[in-house]
Design a binder for this molecule. Sequence first.
Ligand code: HEM
Length: 316
Amino acid sequence: MEKSLDPALIEQLKKLQQKYAVMGQDLSSYLDGLLHADYLTYWDYIHLDTLLSLQNPKTQFADEKVFIIYHQITELYFNLILWEIEQISAKEPADEKFFTIRMDRIIRYFQLLENSFAVMVDGMEKEQFLKFRMSLLPSSGFQSAQYRLIEICSTDIINLVHVDFRESMQEYSDIEQQIEHLYWRSGATELASGKKTLTLQQFEKKYLTLFTETGMKYRTCNLRKIYQQNFPSSKAVLDRLREFDQLANVLWPLAHMRSAGRYLHRDPEDIKATGGTNWQKYLPPRFQLIMFFPELWSEQEKQEWGKAAVIKALHT
Ligand code: HEM
């Protein structure tokens, strides 16, 4: 004798019927579809074949694959960081627990990025790097738009203005004017002439409009605005923001800079691998003095921005 249907299952079917009826749909057609549908596989779900088809070295050097994949991994983490920032910004009303849990995630992602930079620093043969890097000019990680978006969504644009103009521009609230003087717009310039490299020109052409629009959108809901307006004296929040500021603006930049030091430092010829840019003056955090939350640091901490981390790195 055929087994009768479990009452709980009938209940589920009724709920499904209601759900589809609301949209004017016939449940039975959808059940037919279910009958013929394949089971979901892991490889389809995460699009593994597509993912593994996105590494296309430009040269024959084996280590170029390490270089490509590590950049892709970094961009995926940047994407997760932006995803958390977006959720914090959209949360109405702002909620301290929600904020700190998401900040912990962002901190975790940045720690992973900082701690894994050895994949670049120690994970490629210098001889191979210096050769394949020449085939990739004028592209550069400098052109990472997600890195810039993380900055723009984390703080007010004034804190991303070049240090030489930051003080004098405090009074201007015009974002477009501040964007003119973003600190990175004087990076990736030619060491010899001070002119913008093609790397910088192409980056600005493609993304400047997006950066301006994002700056406008986030002027009222970037991380700094949200904590200042909602939990300006919560220790749990401030601790996390300080940690994030250190990771994003000192520790990751220093980990990254170690790779530039390892591959580009010694021989003046090596510098060609960036297209002869001003990177030695540009990359150190102590020159740029970028802080998303400057009010959370003492005058001394600001003056010594990046110094403690450099000393620690020298002794480990
Ligand atoms: C061997 C590995 C690497 C070397 C030698 C290197 C070198 C450089 C140099 C010299 C610059 C300064 C701009 C320029 O002069 O072109 C730069 C900027 C940058 N690179 Fe890398 N890079 C490496 C890996 C990476 C990776 C894995 C990422 C991840 C996306 C990355 C992201 C960036 C970003 C975001 C900037 C701009 C930093 C800022 O504006 O403060 N780089 N890189």
